[in-house]
Design a protein around this ligand. Structure first.
Ligand SMILES: [Zn+2]
Length: 318
C-alpha cells in the first residue's frame, strides 16, 4: 500500500543519474559524464510520472507519497495543513490526492528544509491559500540562487510567493485543527535548515531528511550538512521517539523507533569504516575501492544515493 508506483525505467534513470551527479561530482570525474542527465531533472521527471499514494496514519493525519519528499497532511476546521510540498509538476496529482481525503481548503504549509524536492510546490500551494512556515535558513536559502555541489546543480532564487512568511530560529509552536504542533530546529544535519514537525497529541512526527528509511541518505555539504550532524540528528530523533511514535522520514516508508535505530547504527558503522580508511591516508578513490559500505549495500544502496556516492559523502566529513 505504501509502495510508490514508478516505472522501472525511471528507477534505472534515478540510479544512473545519482552515480553520475552525486558520486562523480565528489570523485572529481564529472567531465566524463557531462552529457548525462543530472539528478535534479531526473527527480522531477520521476515525480511527473509518479502516482500519489495516500496513507492514513493516526487521527486526522495522513501521508502522501510519490512526489519528492513525503508530504504530511493534517485536516480539520482550520483547513488543511501540509508538511512539505513535493515538486510542482505533481500539482494535479497532489491536488487530486488532497481532494480524495476531504474538501477542506489548503491553509498552511510547513517546510522541513529548503531542498527542492520538499519546497518546489511552495508557489502553487501558496496560490491555493497556504501560509508558509519554516526555519529561517530555509527562507534564506530559497531567497537567493543556491548551489548544491553534490547534485551539480544551482537553484535559482524562488519566486516571492514560494518563500516562508513565518520563520523561526530554534523552536516554534502552532495550534491548528485542535492539534498542537511543535517545530524544532536540529543543529546543521542534512542541511542547515532541518526541522522536525511533531504533532504531539497524535504522537506523529515528520523528521524531514534527517531520516531516510531503508536507503542511504544524501547529505548536502554545500548548505551546512555533514555526516556528524546527520548522526547527531538521528540521536535527537531517537531521544524524541517513543515506541508508539509514528515517524515520517523525508524518503522511504513511514516507520518508527526500530527502523530509525537501524538507520543510526548504519550511519555510525559506515562513518567508523570510512574514517579508519581516511586515517590510513587512503584517497577517496582508494576508500571507495575498499568498499566500506559493503555489509549494508544490499539493503541501503538501492535508491538515489549509491554506495560509492555515500562513501564520498561520509569521506568529506571525517
Ligand atoms: Zn533534502
Amino acid at each position: 500500500m505504501r509502495e510508490v508506483e514508478s516505472s522501472t525505467i525511471s528507477r534505472r534513470q534515478l540510479l544512473k543519474a545519482t552515480a553520475v551527479s552525486t558520486g562523480v561530482a565528489l570523485l572529481g570525474r564529472r567531465q566524463l559524464f557531462a552529457t548525462e542527465e543530472g539528478i535534479v531533472p531526473t527527480m522531477v521527471n520521476a515525480a511527473a510520472k509518479a502516482k500519489i499514494n495516500v496513507q492514513p496514519l493516526r487521527r486526522n493525519i495522513s501521508v502522501l507519497e510519490g512526489s519528492g519528499g513525503n508530504i504530511v497532511v493534517l485536516t480539520g476546521r482550520d483547513g488543511k495543513l501540509l508538511v512539505d510540498a513535493g515538486f510542482s509538476v505533481s500539482q494535479p496529482a497532489i491536488s487530486n490526492a488532497l481532494g480524495s481525503i476531504n474538501a477542506d481548503p489548503i491553509k498552511h504549509l510547513i517546510n522541513t528544509h529548503w531542498h527542492t524536492d520538499h519546497t518546489d510546490g511552495n508557489a502553487w500551494l501558496h496560490s491555493a491559500g497556504a501560509a508558509i512556515t519554516a526555519h529561517e535558513n530555509t527562507r534564506e536559502r530559497l531567497s537567493v540562487a543556491t548551489r548544491v555541489e553534490g547534485w551539480s546543480y544551482t537553484f535559482p532564487a524562488a519566486p516571492s510567493g514560494a518563500l516562508p512568511v513565518t520563520v523561526f530560529a530554534t523552536e516554534c509552536e502552532l495550534h491548528r485543527n485542535d492539534t498542537r504542533i511543535v517545530l524544532k530546529y536540529y543543529a546543521p544535519a542534512h542541511t542547515d535548515s532541518d526541522i522536525s514537525v511533531y504533532f504531539t497529541d497524535a504522537d506523529v512526527v515528520h523528521v524531514g531528511d534527517t531520516w531516510w528509511n531503508g536507503v542511504y541518505p544524501f547529505i548536502d555539504y554545500s548548505t551546512g550538512g555533514s555526516i556528524d550532524g546527520s548522526i547527531d540528528a538521528a540521536e535527537a530523533n531517537l531521544a524524541m521517539f517513543s515506541d508508539k511514535t509514528i515517524a515520517i522520514p523525508g524518503h522511504g516508508p513511514v516507520g518508527g523507533r526500530a527502523e530509525l535505530t537501524e538507520f543510526r547504527d548504519m550511519l555510525v558503522a559506515i562513518r567508523a569504516n570510512v574514517a579508519a580508511l581516511k586515517k590510513q591516508g587512503r584517497s577517496l578513490q582508494e576508500t571507495v575501492a575498499a568498499k566500506p559500505t559493503a555489509a549494508y549495500d544490499a539493503k541501503w544502496g538501492q535508491f538515489l544515493t549509491t554506495p560509492a556516492a555515500f562513501t564520498g559523502l561520509v569521506y568529506a566529513g571525517v
